[in-house]
Each structure stands twice: as C-alpha cells, then as structure tokens.
Design a protein around this ligand. Structure first.
Ligand SMILES: Cc1cc2nc3c(=O)[nH]c(=O)nc-3n(C[C@H](O)[C@H](O)[C@H](O)COP(=O)(O)O)c2cc1C
Length: 151
C-alpha cells in the first residue's frame, strides 16, 4: 500500500471520549446520499471515540500541516480535549468535533454504518456538512513519507 498515494486527514470526535487521529484510509463512497468512509484500527482510541459519539469530523490536511499529521499519529500526545491545545481549532456546528484551522477542507459526518474490517472497522459516514479552506497545496502520504502536491 506504500505505492498508493493518498491524502492525509485528521479524524476527530467530540464528547466524553473526545479525540483526534491521523488517518489516510479515507475516501468518498456515494454522492446521493453523500457518504464517505474511514477505516480505524480497533485498538486505536479513535475507534471508541467515534462509536461513542456517533458522529465524527474530517480535516483534510494541507501541505504545511505535516507536523499536525505527525502529532495526531503519536501515541504520546495528551488524552482528551487537552491534545487539541497544541493546534488551532474550532468546534464543528453539527458534531462539536474539532475542525483543525488551516486545513484544505472539513467534513462533518454522522456515523451511518459500521462494518467489520479485520483488525479495523470500516465506518461509513453520512456527510452533514462540507467546507473548503483557502489552501491549494495538499499533504500526500506515499512511500512511507509525507510529500506536497500543488493543485
Ligand atoms: C500518514 C498516516 C496515516 C494513518 N492512517 C491511519 C488510518 O487510516 N487508520 C488507522 O487506524 N490508523 C492510521 N494511522 C495510525 C494512527 O494515526 C496511529 O496509530 C495513532 O497513534 C492511533 O491513535 P489513537 O490510538 O490515539 O487513536 C496513520 C498514521 C499515519 C502517520
């Protein structure tokens, strides 16, 4: 899979298990109804966060957000809301989940379905809202490293 270039996102969820996690297993599924999916390891704290909240948000990272991608994949970051002290964010209107400032786009989703995917779960999200940011350079994960791509 390291030969498959992807964008990079941070998934977030609000509530008692408020949490954020870097994820590249994210894709669009359907336009009507609007559905996206993400795959989350059962062992990740993000898994319980999404199941408990029943909603999640996606911040699509721009080229200058590699540090954020590294931070939200580092198990040493603080737990709960405190982990977001290191970044700028605002709560999503539909989910309350942190939307990371400076991202290329934001989606807020309601958890529509959850499927068994081996050691991951496949979470299908019904898109509640979408917003574009101003940036035009994407953060890309390829060959085990981060890269930048201009639009
Ligand atoms: C570029 C990148 C993409 C990642 N994509 C995913 C993913 O799609 N799903 C997943 O479960 N973990 C993914 N990870 C790993 C998690 O970010 C990492 O294991 C994280 O520490 C799990 O956090 P948590 O247990 O605090 O929720 C990715 C890591 C990186 C660096």
């Amino acid at each position: 899979m390291s030969r498959f270039a992807t964008g990079v996102t941070v998934l977030t969820a609000a509530g008692e298990r408020c949490h954020g996690m870097t994820a590249n297993a994210f894709t669009s599924v359907s336009l009507e109804p609007p559905l996206v999916l993400c795959c989350v390891a059962r062992t990740a704290r993000m898994h319980a966060a999404i199941v408990t909240a029943g909603r999640f948000a996606v911040s699509v990272l721009g080229a200058d957000q590699e540090g954020i991608a590294r931070y939200f994949s580092d198990k040493r970051r603080p737990a709960g809301l405190a982990q977001f002290d290191a970044v700028e964010w605002e709560p999503g209107a539909h989910t309350g989940a942190p939307l990371l400032t400076g991202s290329l786009a934001w989606l807020e989703c309601e958890l529509a379905e959850s499927h068994d995917g081996g050691d991951h779960s496949v979470f299908l999200g019904r898109v509640l809202s979408l917003r574009r940011g101003d940036g035009d350079k994407a953060l890309v994960f390829f060959g085990g490293g981060f890269h930048q791509v201009a639009g």
